[in-house]
Design a protein around this ligand. Structure first.
Ligand code: PNS
Length: 155
């Protein structure tokens, strides 16, 4: 049986930190399904279709990484995709509180789905989509922090 994990996020836009987490996940799972959340409360810069497109283009060469968008509960997406794990990346201790709450809540919603954390590579501990948007908006160079396919979208 194939082991599948959902890697959820807003991906506004996808960064090299996200790519690193997905690649680490491939060491543990046979199939990673990246779940791009609509997340209207976050008022994303890119619409859902564009965020999904950027993720798909980033992993176009990896057949065991798929990407879908979703609007409801993460555990429902996990059920749809026959996944029994949720993959998330941890950067610094500051991520912990939020991740702990989400993992605990998801476990309450479905005890059978395990949340697994991997630590992003040191070079990317400071990389976040929020900073990418801000720096890029102000004319800074983010080309070493996002997949090459993202650059035309930021421009
Ligand atoms: O990249 P982000 O913004 O930290 O990702 C947040 C995300 C998409 C993982 C989270 O908002 C989420 O899981 N949304 C789906 C709604 C849901 O299932 N909520 C209950 C679990 S706390």
């Amino acid at each position: 049986m194939k082991r599948t994990a959902i890697y959820p996020g807003t991906f506004d836009p996808i960064t090299l930190g996200h790519v690193d987490v997905a690649n680490r996940g491939l060491k543990l799972f046979d199939r990673i399904v990246i779940g791009v959340a609509e997340n209207p409360k976050k008022e994303p810069m890119f619409d859902l279709a564009t965020r999904l497109k950027m993720v798909r283009e980033t992993f176009a060469h990896k057949p065991n990484v798929e990407a879908v968008s979703f609007t409801g509960l993460l555990v429902d997406l996990a059920h749809d995709q026959q996944a029994n794990a949720i993959l998330r990346g941890l950067r610094a201790a500051s991520d912990f509180e939020y991740e702990f709450q989400m993992a605990t809540m998801n476990r309450r919603l479905d005890e059978k789905i395990e949340t697994c954390f991997v630590m992003a590579r040191e070079d990317y501990t400071f990389v976040s989509s929020r900073f990418i948007r801000e720096i890029s908006d102000m004319g800074g160079d983010v080309s070493e922090l996002v997949p090459p396919v993202v650059m035309p979208y930021l421009k």
